[in-house]
Design a protein around this ligand. Structure first.
Ligand code: Z5A
Length: 207
């Protein structure tokens, strides 16, 4: 049986990741592929419990927060993502390890070496086959998230913080063009969906 493909969606607040992850998973399922849509932090019972701690409490020491994200991720990878991929299921994940690089390393000042060590322990050789970086200026993304009405503690960290997050995602995409594709998330919903489908077709389906 062919291994499933692993697609992650990354980007700042309000970029449209959750909306587009739903659309992408539905589109792949309609094409006849078995699909698991999931999210981080969370995606398995233990990781969802850690999500509650991460979003509800704080502020955390940056290294402790980085470790909590990787603890949740390890649980998610071991119990959900790896078994799904091994069973031939395509996995669409709303945020993954690049978010820790953006939020905890670029945003909160955790050393990159800490991320490298935790990623090696939690992920082994696992890497996404494709990462779609939904790019939007921080101000516009925060405005969308605020208009939706719910906010969590990350959304209150200010424009300069969220600007660093955006730059970090763009830096990851520039450093790993084979894995990542940047999609202009300031476009309307349909245009973003269309652009993402084009990338998935070209990079994964037509090969
Ligand atoms: N975090 C971290 O620090 N480290 C990590 O390693 C990980 C995460 C994995 C999880 O929160 C938080 O955890 C996250 C980073 C941190 N920070 N925050 N906040 P979450 O899961 O609750 O939130 P999120 O991941 O940031 O998602 P979001 O704010 O909900 O944004 P989104 O998923 O990108 O957008 P959306 O929900 O699809 O859309 C937001 C609104 O915009 C909604 O009303 C849509 O209808 C609207 N929208 C979406 N696309 C468009 C377009 N194209 N045009 C117009 N309106 C649109």
């Amino acid at each position: 049986m062919a291994r499933g493909r692993f697609i992650t969606l990354e980007g700042g607040e309000g970029a449209g990741k959750s909306t587009q992850a739903r659309r992408l998973a539905t589109w792949l399922a309609e094409a006849g592929l078995p699909v698991l849509r999931t999210r981080e932090p969370g995606g398995s019972p233990g990781a969802e419990a850690i999500r509650g701690v991460l979003l509800g409490a704080g502020p955390w020491d940056p290294v402790a927060e980085t470790m909590l994200h990787f603890a949740a991720r390890r649980e998610h990878v071991a119990r959900m993502i790896e078994p799904a991929l091994a069973a031939g299921i395509w996995v669409v994940c709303d945020r993954f390890a690049d978010s820790t690089l953006a939020y905890q390393v670029a945003g909160q000042g955790t050393q990159r070496a800490v991320w490298d060590r935790l990623a090696a322990m939690a992920l082994g050789a696992l890497r996404p086959d494709l990462t779609l970086v939904l790019d939007i200026p921080a101000e516009a993304g925060l405005a969308r998230a605020e208009a939706r009405g719910e906010t969590n503690r990350y959304e209150t960290l200010g424009l300069a913080f969220h600007g660093r997050i955006r730059d970090a995602f763009l830096a990851v995409a520039a450093a790993e063009p084979g894995r990542c594709a940047v999609v202009d998330a300031t476009q309307g919903l349909e245009a973003v969906t269309h652009a993402m489908r084009g990338v998935v077709r070209q990079r994964l389906l037509d090969r």
